[in-house]
Design a protein around this ligand. Structure first.
Ligand code: AP5
Length: 190
């Protein structure tokens, strides 16, 4: 089993790269953002609660997010591992994930960050906002708030994984194929 956390700022390309990596390494891709959006679209109680946070560009509270993620892991046990995209995003989530995986005799194998400058990423998200219907992409204030949330709550996770020698970073600028190759090089050397 390999369990990978795909890490990076909003718009860094986590979801795009996960689409390629999941098939290549037979991993179950779990994107907390996608799962929230599915719940919002289907008007579930979870979706209704999460929507107020997501539309502002705030993180959804840990308790909701951790329970949701653990349910999804339980539903998808038949693969060579998990590709976590957008989770964990806080130290509390990282600790909960470690405990949860340990209860299944598993652990995080590696956290791989896609690195890129904020300004490039903000432009990517504004561009996507013109056509995607994602409310959190539609104005610069919400996008900037997502970066503030990242800097305050998610960036400290880099040290958490560095201390465990599980942190790798790749350049997130280039063609999608080039970046897939960089990520694949890390995964194949684990
Ligand atoms: P989430 O859906 O995870 O959004 P995000 O991380 O803010 O950003 P994206 O998904 O937009 O970025 P990405 O890195 O996946 O890039 P992508 O491949 O899409 O979360 C949304 C919200 O849900 C959060 O704000 C929060 O409210 C909530 N949430 C989710 N998880 C949570 C958690 N764990 N705890 C609490 N709350 C949580 O690409 C972006 C764009 O760039 C696309 O248009 C793509 O086509 C383009 N692109 C990709 N690669 C390249 C490239 N190489 N060159 C040029 N363009 C590229």
């Amino acid at each position: 089993m390999i369990n990978i956390v795909l890490f990076g700022k909003p718009g860094a390309g986590k979801g795009t790269q996960a689409e390629f990596l999941k098939g290549k390494y037979n991993l179950t891709h779990l994107s907390t953002g996608d799962i929230f959006r599915f719940n919002i679209k289907n008007n579930t109680p979870l979706g209704l609660e999460a929507k107020t946070y997501i539309d502002r560009g705030d993180l959804v509270p840990d308790s909701l997010t951790i329970n949701m993620l653990e349910d999804e892991v339980e539903k998808n046990p038949h693969s060579d591992g998990f590709l976590f995209d957008g989770f964990p995003r806080t130290l509390a989530q990282a600790g909960a994930l470690d405990l949860f995986l340990a209860s299944k005799n598993q652990k995080i194998t590696a956290t791989i960050a896609l690195e890129a400058d904020d300004e490039i990423l903000v432009q990517r998200l504004l561009e996507r906002g013109k056509t995607s219907g994602r409310i959190d992409d539609q104005d610069e204030e919400k996008i900037r708030n997502r970066y503030q949330e990242y800097n305050e709550k998610t960036a400290p996770l880099m040290d958490y994984y560095k201390e465990q020698n599980k942190f790798y970073a790749v350049n997130g600028i280039g063609t999608i194929a080039e970046i897939t190759e960089r990520l694949s090089n890390v995964i194949e050397n684990l």
